[in-house]
Design a protein around this ligand. Sequence first.
Ligand code: SF4
Length: 184
Amino acid sequence: MKIRLAAPLQSDSVVDGFGIRTVIWTQGCSHNCPFCQNPSTHDFQGGKDFSVDDIKEELDHLQNQDGITLSGGDPLFQIEAVTEIASHAKKIGLNVWCYTGFTYEEILKMAEKKPIYLEFLKYVDVLVDGKYIHELQNLNLLFRGSSNQRLINVKETLKNNEIVLIPESDGIMEEFSKKEVTFI
Ligand code: SF4
């Protein structure tokens, strides 16, 4: 299976979720949020094809990373490939964050027709959901650009059948950045 990426894997990010993370920049997004920071990732013909098996192997050899972050672009436009990657990441002990322009509720609706969306959610620890809305921009938000976007604790949300957010109290970064602390 192939996945279209905007760039090779980027390790050691500390701005794309808790801890030290490897970011997978997917190519392709049709949400067209005005003032999107990554317009070069919109074109579905842009970027380059990578083998999902090669990406998995690269993940196997990562060192000192707490998890992966699927970003883009919108990873959900390549649901089969990102599901395989997220499943593999969990198997080898990496936690998974995903940024998407879809809301959690929209993803559940999509899953009614295509159950793989729900399967994907089961491998995601934190979903940062919703389009970037420039009018709601807030530079003080943790790991997201506009206040409509949510840091969703996916496991708890699926368990409780209602949205459970990651708390944003003082010190939460330090707490969740510790390797031994898990939030899943
Ligand atoms: S969903 Fe993300 S990548 Fe797509 S247009 Fe909106 S901000 Fe840009």
